[in-house]
Structure formats: structure tokens, C-alpha cells
Design a protein around this ligand. Structure first.
Ligand SMILES: O=C(O)CCC(=O)C(=O)O
Ligand SMILES: [Fe+2]
Length: 270
């Protein structure tokens, strides 16, 4: 936790610089503010963020790798997949700052999304605002200074063949307080192709590069990503299903009692 305190001090120092410095001094793509693609206030993220590539083998990387290995172990897999595919250059740290927002009920600090990576280690300050979907409802994740938050990302969902689900989350704004968070993303390299740990896989194969590109297109077109959903069922055993439908129809035809019951269920008077 000492590490996070130091990180937070640096984070505040970096964000406190004038906008011009941040805009000019940080390389293309590493500084983000607002949402250029937004067409309504609901699609706006009231926040700014820095991406810092993790070129050193960091303590974050060690922790993230350990967590991924524990989760894989739970599925009965002693996987080296994460070590091989998550290179230090493909993982990064995102520093987020959420300024106070006077019209908080309409504006998100960060729009609802799932993370695309394997898993994310998140450290939030004490202001609160992070929410996630549980049993179809948005619930607040109460800040706890002693705890880190671990999010499953889309690629872990695909690797675990849907056993673990990437969780939808968002940040709501605060009317008077500024909020900070830091998120470490355990990402595969762009060449990594999803590889389900069990068969048959419910996802078709796609590389992390393809996935990122598709997500960007989706967000521009629809305002959210839908490709993982679309991919689910790409390997749906349609031949098998058709064979079963055929068998059921044959059975129904052979049994007059079942046929008349189906007719009855299908009629308006039933
Ligand atoms: O600030 C937070 O609590 C969440 C950040 C987040 O979800 C992200 O950076 O992807
Ligand atoms: Fe996130």
C-alpha cells in the first residue's frame, strides 16, 4: 500500500500541471480527456487519464501474473499462457483523474464498459464512485484503503471459455470532490490469439489486435462494444442443433398425442 501512496502523490503532481503541458509533453495516445466520439452527455466521460507503458518488470506485473495463475489453477490449468503472452511492453498503468462535476446525475466519470485485457488491478482513493453490475443491478464498490479491486477482462472471459465473466463497471461523478484511481492492465501482446482452456470453445479465435480494432469500431458506431457478445456462439454447434430439431420433429410426427398438444399450445385459445 506504501507503493500506492507514493504513486498517488506522483499522480496528483502530474495531473496538476496546466492542460497545455499535459497536452504537449505527453506522447500521442498516452493522454486522454473527454470523449471525442460522444453525441450526448450520457456518452461523455468526465475524466482525464494517462497511460504509462510498463517496460520494467514491475511489482504490479508480478501480482497480476500470480492472480491470473491462481484463477487458472481453479479451472484445473497450470497455465504458462499468461507469462508467454503478456509481455512487459504490452501491459500498462492508467492514471485516472475525475474532476468534480456540478451536474453529476447526467454525466459519467467513466462510461459503462468492460476491460478488454486479462485482468485489471485497481486502486481507488476514498471518494467513491466506482460501480459494477451485479445480478443485473448497478452496485457501488465501497472504497477500502486496505484492498485492491481485481476486474476480470474480456480476454480472460474468452480464455476461461466463459467460466469467468468480464464485469461491466462505470464511474459516477461527485459534485464537489476530485477523485483519483490507478489501474494496471495485464494485456496480451497484439499477436496473441485467444485460446480457450477447455473445449468446445464458445468463442471463435481472434487476436488481441483484431479485438482492439473491433472494439474501437463498435464504440464509434454504437457507443459500446459488442464484439465479445457477437463472438459468443460463433462456434455454436449449429449442425448438432439442427440434427436435434430434426429428431424432435420426427418424434412429434410419430406421436399423435404430442402433435395435438403442440397444436393446442400454438393456438390462440390455449
Ligand atoms: O476509476 C475507476 O475506479 C475505474 C477505472 C476504470 O475502470 C478503467 O480505467 O478502466
Ligand atoms: Fe475499466
Amino acid at each position: 500500500m506504501e507503493l500506492f501512496e507514493k504513486l498517488r502523490e506522483e499522480q496528483v503532481r502530474v495531473f496538476k500541471q496546466p492542460f497545455r503541458n499535459k497536452f504537449l509533453n505527453f506522447s500521442d495516445g498516452s493522454y486522454r480527456w473527454g470523449t471525442p466520439t460522444a453525441t450526448s452527455p450520457r456518452q461523455l466521460s468526465w475524466s482525464e487519464a494517462f497511460h504509462i507503458p510498463m517496460t520494467d518488470i514491475s511489482r504490479f506485473a508480478g501480482l497480476a501474473q500470480k492472480l491470473a495463475a491462481i484463477l487458472a489453477d481453479k479451472l484445473g490449468h497450470n497455465s504458462t499462457f499468461f507469462q508467454q503472452s503478456c509481455l512487459p511492453t504490452s501491459c500498462y498503468l492508467r492514471l485516472n483523474r475525475y474532476p468534480p462535476c456540478l451536474i453529476p446525475s447526467d454525466i459519467y466519470g467513466l462510461m459503462p464498459h468492460t476491460d478488454s485485457d486479462f485482468l485489471t488491478i485497481l486502486n481507488q482513493d476514498q471518494v467513491g464512485g466506482l460501480q459494477l453490475v451485479k445480478d443485473g443491478k448497478w452496485v457501488a464498490v465501497k472504497p477500502n484503503p486496505e484492498a485492491l479491486i481485481i476486474n476480470i477482462g474480456d480476454f480472460f472471459q474468452a480464455w476461461s471459455n466463459g467460466f469467468y465473466n468480464s464485469v461491466e463497471h462505470c464511474v459516477v461523478t461527485h459534485p464537489t470532490k476530485e477523485r483519483f484511481s490507478a489501474a494496471y492492465f495485464l494485456c496480451p501482446s497484439y499477436e496473441t490469439v485467444t485460446e480457450s482452456c477447455s473445449q468446445p470453445s464458445v468463442y471463435s479465435k481472434f487476436s488481441f489486435r483484431e479485438y482492439r480494432q473491433k472494439v474501437q469500431e463498435d464504440v464509434q458506431r454504437y457507443g459500446y462494444k459488442e464484439w465479445l457478445l457477437w463472438n459468443e456462439g460463433a462456434n455454436f454447434p449449429i449442425d448438432e442443433v439442427l440434427r436435434w430439431i430434426h429428431i424432435v420433429l420426427v418424434c412429434v410426427q410419430d406421436d399423435p398425442a404430442v402433435s395435438s398438444a403442440i397444436l393446442l399450445l400454438g393456438s390462440d385459445s390455449a
